[in-house]
Design a protein around this ligand. Structure first.
Ligand SMILES: Nc1ncnc2c1ncn2[C@@H]1O[C@H](COP(=O)(O)OP(=O)(O)OP(=O)(O)O)[C@@H](O)[C@H]1O
Ligand SMILES: [Mg+2]
Length: 382
């Protein structure tokens, strides 16, 4: 029997909380815009921006559920489709997900976009509903010059039925879109979520603790302490993770109450899981290049030249029994990592070599995280 985590599933990242304390105003504004526009029979598009753990995904999920239950547009029910575009940064792969969402499917090879759109349209026609398409982590997709955003934002005109679009990204990405798509996202079609302050984090944590933890297993002091620990970044995900791992630590030590010491230990032990998620999608080659960058960044400088990183790569590759890499492959891998938001490339002026930076997390932490994922290095030959 759990002594503390009585409903652990409510602390899962995928859990959509019934209410979003600290975002009431934003939520009400968003919900009202959608409700009133859809009630007039018109789709509504919006862009949600904000930092890590600012509640973007939670807000869009909550909105999807609520609109599905309460709103009809011209007699049609609202059917939410959620796609996280992080690892599916191409129109085709996103479209494959959307196809599944309307109950049709295609093998993921051999079809062009226009054929896929035809099948998508058939799926919609079979069961007419108003689609609320949420494209989460849409940054990489729009940077690659997506056509899908245009098609979805002009669904009626291009014969795709009735679709509202929610785009989610850390920053404004509209300048990457063509003018026609951009025009669907005027100033009233944007919502920015600022980081939470400590007081808001406290309310969020208290609400979640009430759902997930046994009453009496935590004190208001512990909640305040966890909130403070996430105060600098205003990241609710981090705050909830600290709470959850403090609860786990207390429980596995056989106690039935979380102590401040559990919170401190939990905070120290949590490596940024978002980065872990990103890492888990990378190839072995990309991991080795990233490892080389992490090692090259351990001095006082905030960035390193590509030359330096390539030299470090030679050492790292030998350690791990990997092949040397051509300049071209190295550069392509860097560009991939840049697209994934893990590396920043500063091209440098004429005659200067490019500089690479990685500010996601401490270089030593990144190094540790990657080493954990790699097979152990080959022992040195003597
Ligand atoms: N206002 C809130 N009330 C309750 N829970 C919240 C609130 N905001 C965020 N959360 C919770 O915090 C966690 C992180 O929120 P969410 O996933 O929405 O962040 P995000 O802005 O999408 O971050 P990222 O950019 O990393 O994807 C989730 O577990 C979510 O349920
Ligand atoms: Mg999110």
């Amino acid at each position: 029997m759990p002594t503390i985590l009585v409903r652990e599933e409510t602390l899962d990242p995928g859990f959509v909380p019934p209410a979003l304390p600290g975002r009431e105003r934003e939520y009400r504004a968003l919900e009202e815009r959608f409700r009133t526009t859809l009630a007039r029979g018109v789709p509504y598009h919006t862009l949600i921006t904000g930092g890590v753990g600012s509640g973007k995904t939670a807000l869009a999920r909550r909105l999807s559920d609520d609109l599905r239950q309460r709103v009809k547009i011209g007699g049609l029910a609202v059917h939410p489709l959620y796609v996280n575009c992080w690892r599916r940064a191409s129109d085709r792969t996103v479209l494959l997900d959307l196809l599944r969402g309307v109950g049709v499917s295609l093998p993921d090879r051999g079809y062009g976009i226009s054929e896929m759109l035809d099948v998508f349209e058939q799926g919609i026609r079979k069961d007419p509903r108003h689609l609320l398409v949420v494209l989460d982590e849409v940054g990489a997709l729009v940077r690659q010059g997506t056509k899908l955003v245009y098609l979805l934002s002009r669904a009626r005109e291009v014969g795709l039925g009735s679709i509202s679009l929610v785009l989610i990204a850390p920053q404004d990405v509209l300048h990457f879109l063509d003018a026609a798509s951009r025009s669907s996202f005027g100033v009233t079609h944007r919502l920015h979520l600022p980081p939470y302050d400590v007081a808001q984090l406290e309310v969020i944590l208290a609400a979640r603790a009430k759902l997930a933890l046994r009453p009496g297993s935590y004190s208001p002091e512990v909640i305040a302490q966890v909130a403070r620990s996430a105060g600098i970044t205003g990241d609710a995900r981090f705050a909830l993770e600290v709470l959850s791992s403090a609860a786990q630590a207390a429980e596995s030590a056989g106690r039935d109450e979380i102590t401040p010491e559990d919170v401190r230990a939990a905070k120290g032990s949590i490596a940024p899981t978002l980065s872990e998620e990103k890492l888990s999608g990378l190839s072995a080659t990309a991991l080795l290049v990233l490892l080389s960058l992490a090692r090259s960044l351990k001095g006082p400088r905030s960035n390193a030249t590509t030359e330096k990183v390539r030299q470090t790569y030679a050492v790292v590759a030998e350690e791990h029994g990997a092949k040397p890499m051509s300049r071209v492959t190295f550069w392509r891998t860097i560009k991939e990592l840049e697209r994934d938001g893990l590396v920043d490339v500063d091209a440098g002026g004429a005659g200067q070599s490019a500089r690479l930076a990685m500010d996601e997390l401490p270089a030593s932490t990144l190094e540790l995280l990657i080493e954990e994922r790699m097979p152990p290095p080959r022992p040195h030959k003597r």
